[in-house]
Unconditional design. Sequence first.
Length: 269
Amino acid sequence: MGFPIRSVADAPMRFATTPVFLNDQVSLLGRWQRYLESKMNRPVRFIQRGTYREIVELLLSNEVDAAWLCGYPLVLNERRLSALAVPRHQGAALYRSHLVVPESDTTSRSVLDLRNKVFAYSDPLSNSGCLVPRTEIQMAGHDAATFFRRTFFTFSHRKVIEAVHSGLADAGAVDGYVWDTLSEQFPSSVAGLRVAWRSQQHGFPPIVNRKNWGSANEQTLLSALLSMNINETGRDILQKLNIDGFGEPTSDQYNSIRRMLKYSTNKTS
């Protein structure tokens, strides 16, 4: 007696995320999982890791199929990863890095005003939480490695905000989308803080997939994401995520990150 053959549709779609900002994230991911299963007609598994590096490693080793990633690690791994869909926030598939300081700091207007201070980064592979402020420092002719008195990584934009709020850091760099969402949904978490500076706009953190996943799989997930804003359950999930919906990426979506990465690489080579 032979074993039953397991079809591709029976295999779970493995989707990786990092913890972001929602207190009820486990519940929300459960709803999103059930929504995607209903649209893709296959099981879906959400897999959470604490850092972007861990998620990239899972993608490159074929242990997950897709992930909500940052544009910076996508650009670093473009030969093996593709942007599948891009969230839209406040009407655009763009976001900014925000420099966050205590309200008591009334003089800081840019990261260059924080020399010899304690600075909190989010993740080493975060565009808004690391690449942007470091590039600003380098472009002003300083060494980002020695500019601050001390730096540390929190591996979460929310925890950068907590570090500045508690006085562990004098300032920090965060994703403007996360700041906006916390300000709207959990205003007490940003009380006593202000945004001292906002960067130029960059391509919003995308949903990516590994390039060897297969076009049929890509199209099935893309269709499920693009249709969320025309479905009552999908719209409710989008509202909780504080995004308008998903769109397809353009070829120049992450050019600003490519330019910063090229500049940083040339400065250190």
